[in-house]
Design a binder for this molecule. Structure first.
Ligand code: FEO
Length: 168
């Protein structure tokens, strides 16, 4: 059993996770267009992870006996001034998603819905990791500043890091 309020909030989060997947795919396309294949690979991996997050909500809503309602999604941003701006936007987006997960957790606590609280705990922890990962990349960009060889190295590193994540 689940209240309509929690069911709607879970569907809303499902939609946000699907949008995250779409946004990261758009970021991957931006990097492909400027020949930064490592960063594109990293973003594609992020996009796949977000799809899996959305599917966790999908499965959970059904397990509660609720209805999955897919909503319209806005078109994601397609242009950025520089590679660093993409990761800064990614960090802002993850901070927005963290807030949304926390609000959802607040609702589950308010309604004493223990299954939703338990389900959301994984996302609370995951968001700490996601924000930290992107924050580190933004800091790497700060270190290399306008150094083209630094950008090349970072692109290679992010391409390799994607492969590591895939093994987990
Ligand atoms: Fe599923 Fe990166 O939030």
């Amino acid at each position: 059993m689940v209240s309509k309020k929690i069911e709607d909030a879970l569907n809303d989060q499902l939609n946000k996770e699907m949008f995250s997947s779409y946004l990261y795919l758009s970021m991957a396309a931006y990097f492909d267009n400027i020949n930064l294949g490592g960063m594109s690979k990293w973003m594609k991996m992020q996009s796949e992870e977000e799809y899996l997050h959305a599917m966790k909500f999908y499965d959970f809503i059904l397990r509660l006996g609720g209805k999955v309602k897919l909503a319209a999604m806005e078109a994601p941003q397609t242009k950025w001034k520089a590679p660093k701006d993409v990761f800064e936007d990614s960090l802002k987006h993850e901070q927005f998603i963290s807030k949304s997960i926390h609000k959802l957790m607040d609702l589950a606590i308010e309604e004493s819905h223990h299954p939703t609280k338990s389900f959301l705990q994984w996302f609370v922890d995951e968001q700490v990791e996601e924000e930290d990962n992107v924050q580190q990349i933004v800091e790497n960009f700060n270190l290399i500043a306008d150094d083209k060889s630094g950008l090349f190295m970072l692109d290679r590193e992010l391409g390799a890091r994607t492969a590591e994540v895939e093994q987990n």
